[in-house]
Design a binder for this molecule. Structure first.
Ligand code: NAP
Length: 288
């Protein structure tokens, strides 16, 4: 039997509609919209496309975008000063610094300067610490989006065996923490894992974020498992995930396609995080 498709486009559209409704309520209560500040250093074309997408999506749900475009040779001190200004600016609810930054800058250092209450990418050490400790905080958008997809598909995670392939700070590590928080039994696999197909076959929920075109085959998948494909690999014949969808779809019970699975959730969750950040600051007061 063929797997049911988890339709990320439809679920992301639903999240955006919910955010738009909640933004309206926020504006009615506070007399101003939440604001999302984006910083792009340099003119990397792919980054410019991502930033445009984030600004457009913000406008569509009523979040005010503030874009800061800086020349590629901007010194560290200037980016630091901009982040400090945005941290202190009440009109700015969320801040994101688009990565990668040019080589003379340290993206991890710069991201770490963002006030955790405005860290809508959920990537600062403080946000990562809150997640590891199971405390409230802003969560990284893509893994948070996967949790929404699993929830919408009605996947009960408690007691289930989840395998996350990939251990990046951006995705694999926070994904494992979120699954643990939902009481799954979690294994994180990576490039040094022995017998990766065998480890994957143990998964009731298999989440793959590696960046290797169609690596996961049907015989890596336990019959009836839920398979979430985070990979985005562009080649001459189009965009493919890390999972060989055509091969795996008859083994899995639920599966995300690429494109149209996890991808659309990332921006939707960025919007949700921006609104959550605005509400948090409205409740607890502006950052010092
Ligand atoms: P990354 O930082 O390059 O991390 C890749 C991870 O995969 C590493 O932990 C690496 O292991 C592991 N890995 C590499 N080759 C492997 C192999 N042959 N077997 C097992 N594990 C292997 O990448 P990322 O940022 O996490 O992204 C991963 C993929 O997800 C990419 O295709 C990216 O485009 C996609 N992505 C999509 C979204 C979205 O919005 N849809 C968001 C984020 C990422 P080591 O740690 O041992 O090197």
């Amino acid at each position: 039997m063929s797997a049911e498709i988890i339709d990320g486009r439809a679920i992301a559209a639903k999240v955006r509609e919910e955010v738009a409704r909640d933004v309206e309520r926020f504006v009615a209560r506070h007399g101003r919209p939440p604001g999302l500040a984006t910083i792009l250093v340099g003119d990397d074309p792919a980054s410019a496309i991502y930033i445009n997408g984030k600004q457009k999506a913000s406008r569509e749900v009523g979040i005010e975008p503030f874009h800061h475009q800086l020349p590629a040779d901007t010194p560290t001190e200037e980016v630091e000063a901009l982040i400090e200004r945005l941290n202190a600016d009440d009109a700015v609810s969320g801040i994101l610094c688009q990565l990668p930054v040019p080589d003379h800058l340290d993206g991890v250092h710069l991201t770490g300067l963002i006030d955790a209450r405005k860290d809508v990418d959920g990537l600062t050490p403080l946000s990562a610490g809150y997640l590891a400790l199971g405390r409230a905080g802003l969560r990284p958008c893509t893994p948070a989006g996967v949790m929404v997809l699993l929830d919408e598909a009605g996947v009960a995670l408690e007691g289930q065996r989840a395998v996350v392939v990939g251990r990046s700070n951006l995705f694999g590590k926070p994904m494992a923490q979120l699954l643990l928080g939902a009481n799954a039994t979690v294994t994180t696999a990576h490039s040094r894992t022995q017998d990766l197909p065998g480890v994957c076959r143990e998964a009731d929920v298999l989440i793959v974020a590696v960046g290797r075109d169609r690596m996961v085959k049907a015989d890596w998948v336990k019959p009836g498992a839920v398979v979430i494909d985070v990979g985005m690999n562009r080649s001459d014949d189009g965009l493919h995930g890390d999972v060989d969808f055509e091969d795996v779809k008859d083994a899995a019970s639920w599966i995300t396609p690429v494109p149209g699975g996890v991808g659309p959730m990332t921006i939707a969750m960025l919007l949700r995080n921006t609104l959550n950040a605005a509400e948090l600051v409205a409740r607890e007061g502006a950052p010092a």
